[in-house]
Design a protein around this ligand. Structure first.
Ligand code: ATP
Length: 502
């Protein structure tokens, strides 16, 4: 693994001062610089709006005149608060416009100062506003930390293999380091990216995901970097693009291996310079975005075959998180399955509380080519189908349970196209028999009793559904040691799902 820069150098406090009088701007600039506070000075509303948009971090404090030739300080106040609720705004006003100042207070200004004022007065007020802003920021950070304790987050890292992933996530989440997350489809790459974002001080900011292979090259460029009005046919309005929309937050470039070559160069520039150039724009615009990338491709071989730029690969691969496939995460399948069952039971309003041992064993033996996503979908279906308090073998798909595929769907309502009644009833019978066998621990006499049929009748029905055991097993009925057979779709018996699949 590459070395990881774990700390970000502290940046000096930077505030925005807006006034159309150059002398006043200069006085404040000098006074604040003496306090170690950097000032971005703007002569009017338009310049202020640009500064608010383009500064990589939101300003903790904005000091603005109220009445300016090109607009009102209230517009600046609204835009600043929209960018970050932690930005405090002080308005400067002539005595004649105190009413306006009170209006600004109602709209969220921290305080106002009447002109003329002494720089010391403004600085004293600014210090208090900056303190409040830093408390608000700290609150945002704490809220992000609390959200990390939510169970949905914790369960990502249940198995030992994922414990190692958790350790890396914990270490690098608070940094700005670029991370490449690799793993088969459905292993949880996006979830890990989300955890990195949620555990950083960017948590209150956007987390945006783009699938790099989803759009044609020209559209993808504008999707990522934005465009100016009229930059190309159809560009009726200006678009910020993903990087600027996520300003202050995190961008996940999903399927980064699919990014067209021309855009790979542009992405490299974003990573190196932290600037984007929208399509049709003359100048580059600074952005403050943490870049995470994910792929299920073998990027190293793409680099060797010159399909992926080596320099970009190095930039993205500063830290690498490799997610193991679900089949290599012992313990996770059961834990995740139980968790999904509880979740879907809740969502679907069903009284299903867990899985039978047989069902868990079958899940454990299955290879899950679609990883966690496949397990999640499987559990949703199983909960929807389940008629008892636990998910049994019969509720799992045939490829997992080893039981023959259903000849007919389970129906509770007649579909518009009609149905074959015999088949539907047969399916209901098959499921009830499997459940009875499960509940009776495989003892057929007890299962027959549960179903209100004779042993002979049950044996006939087992044979009909291809669920019969060897005749030799019949002798064992009395001591209850028979395990339901696991026939294949063709009715052949297999020893057990685990053996059959390993
Ligand atoms: N540890 C986990 N706990 C709960 N749900 C999970 C976990 N890991 C993944 N999932 C769920 O599995 C599904 C797939 O996860 P995700 O989209 O993160 O995978 P991915 O690797 O990004 O997939 P792809 O490569 O196809 O984009 C999601 O619905 C996600 O919520």
């Amino acid at each position: 693994m590459a070395s990881m820069p774990l700390s970000v150098p502290p940046t000096p406090t930077k505030i925005l001062v807006i006034d159309d009088e150059p002398a006043l701007r200069q006085v404040l600039e000098i006074a604040f610089r003496r306090q170690g506070i950097e000032v971005v000075a703007a002569p009017g509303v338009r310049a202020a709006m640009e500064a608010l948009q383009q500064n990589p971090q939101p300003f903790p404090l904005v000091i603005t005149d109220l009445v300016m030739p090109d607009g009102s300080g209230i517009e600046v106040l609204t835009a600043a608060k929209q960018r970050s609720a932690a930005t405090e705004v002080i308005v400067m006003t002539a005595h004649s416009s105190v009413e306006n100042a009170l209006d600004a207070m109602k709209k969220g200004a921290y305080d106002f100062v009447g002109k003329p004022f002494s720089p010391a007065e403004v600085i004293a007020l600014a210090q208090k506003a900056l303190e409040k802003s830093s408390i608000l920021l700290e609150n945002q950070r704490l809220r992000a930390q609390i959200s990390r304790l939510e169970p949905a987050e914790n369960d990502i890292f249940a198995s030992p293999a994922m414990g190692r992933v958790a350790e890396i996530v914990g270490k690098i989440a608070p940094t700005r380091t670029t991370v490449l997350i690799t793993g088969e489809s459905g292993t949880g790459k996006e979830r890990v990216a989300r955890a990195l974002h949620d555990r950083s001080d960017r948590a209150g900011k956007p987390f945006l995901v783009v699938n790099c292979g989803a759009l044609p090259e020209a559209l993808m460029e504008s999707e990522l970097f934005g465009h100016e009005k009229g930059a190309f046919t159809g560009a009726g309005t200006r678009a910020l693009g993903l990087f600027r929309e996520a300003d202050g937050g995190t961008v996940l470039l999903d399927e980064v291996g699919e990014l067209p070559a021309s855009l790979q160069v542009k992405l490299l520039r974003v990573l190196q310079e932290r600037k984007v150039r929208p399509v049709g724009a003359a100048a580059e615009i600074p952005v403050d975005v943490r870049v995470l990338a994910a792929t299920n491709r073998d990027v190293e071989s793409d680099v060797r075959e010159n399909k992926f730029r080596q320099d970009l690969y190095y930039r993205l691969n500063v830290i690498r998180i490799e997610l193991p496939p679900l089949r290599d995460r012992p313990g996770d399948v059961a834990r995740l399955a139980e968790r999904f069952v509880r979740r879907f039971a809740n969502e679907l309003g069903k009284d299903v509380r867990g899985l039978t041992t047989d069902a868990l064993r079958a899940l454990d033996a299955y290879k899950f080519p679609g990883n966690v996503r496949e397990l999640e979908n499987m559990m949703e279906r199983a909960v929807a189908l389940a008629s008892g308090p636990a998910i049994g073998l019969g509720d799992l798909p045939a490829q997992v349970s080893g039981l023959s595929a259903s000849p007919a769907p389970f129906l509770s309502e007649l579909p518009p196209e009609g149905c074959v009644l015999e088949d539907v009833l047969g399916e209901v019978e098959r499921r009830l028999i499997l459940q009875a066998l499960e509940r009776s621990g495989g003892v057929r006499k007890a299962a027959a009793k549960l179903l209100g049929v004779t042993f002979r009748s049950l044996r006939y029905r087992l044979a009909k559904h291809g669920l019969d055991t060897d005749t030799a097993d019949d002798d064992d009925d009395a001591d209850g040691s028979i395990v339901p057979a696991q026939p294949t779709a063709g009715g052949r018996r297999e020893s057990s799902p685990r053996e059959a699949r390993r």
